[in-house]
Write a protein that binds this ligand. Structure first.
Ligand code: 5RP
Length: 230
């Protein structure tokens, strides 16, 4: 079995949290896309849901599958969001944003009554920080923002390289919100809450990829089977 199979297994298990009539948040990334595919098949066979996508990519995928879509303004309180993650620890703390959708993902997740994270076992870590932490930042004053992120992170015990993410054409990556992303290779993040608090004090930082106290359930699939953390 490959990581693709495990992502699908986790997505299948997440379907058991979906009930007829629910308002759903749809995550972004290759694992979330598997859930969207499976949900599309359920909708075809009669499941009634309305979904709020967390990115333009997910919106396009869901629309092509005939999944009914709405906006968060139309449905400000969602029943359930299913999303992937770049890292997940034992306390269901996450790093997200590898796919660049962290801001909308966090807004949608926090508007949801329940958040289910699906992942293959490579995403599971004892301590967050192997995956570079994405920070969504406004385009204005990038160098000043980068400098301040470095200082604030150092004050909370983290340091390392902070790189502006590049898009496919080599220019700075643009999020769906017209912002950029700094990928921060801080290494082990011993106190994610302290780091998150510090980063939020940097005016140019719109949101961090640390999702703390947001996930309710983690479904991790791998060679040892499917494990549900809650
Ligand atoms: C996108 C995300 C994704 O959930 C995360 O990057 C995981 O993606 P994948 O399932 O492709 O590994 O946070 O912003």
């Amino acid at each position: 079995m490959s990581s693709d199979d495990w992502k699908r297994q986790a997505a299948e298990q997440a379907l058991s949290f979906v009930e007829d009539g629910m308002k759903l948040g749809l995550g972004t990334g290759s694992t979330a896309a598997k859930f969207v595919d499976l949900l599309g098949a359920k909708v075809k066979s009669g499941l009634k849901v309305v979904c709020v996508p967390t990115s333009e990519a997910t919106r396009a995928q869901a629309a092509a599958l005939g999944i009914p879509l709405g906006t968060l303004d139309q449905h400000p309180a969602l029943d359930l969001t299913v999303d992937g993650a770049d890292e997940i620890d034992e306390e269901l703390r996450l790093i997200k944003g590898g796919g660049g959708a962290l801001l909308r993902e966090k807004i949608v997740a926090v508007a949801s009554n329940r958040v289910v994270i699906i992942a293959d076992s490579s995403k599971r870590v004892d301590v967050l920080g192997r995956f570079p932490l994405p920070l969504e930042v406004v385009p204005f004053g990038l160098a000043a923002t980068q400098r301040l992120i470095f200082q604030m992170a150092a004050d909370s015990g983290c340091d390392g390289e902070i790189k502006l993410r590049a898009g496919a054409d080599g220019t700075p990556y643009l999020t769906d919100n017209g912002n950029h992303i700094f990928d921060c290779s801080f290494g082990t993040i011993d106190d994610p809450e302290a780091l998150d608090d510090a980063l939020k004090l940097v005016p140019g930082v719109v949101e961090s990829g640390l999702f703390l106290g947001i996930a309710d359930v983690g479904i991790i699939a791998g060679p040892m089977g499917v494990e549900v953390l809650s």
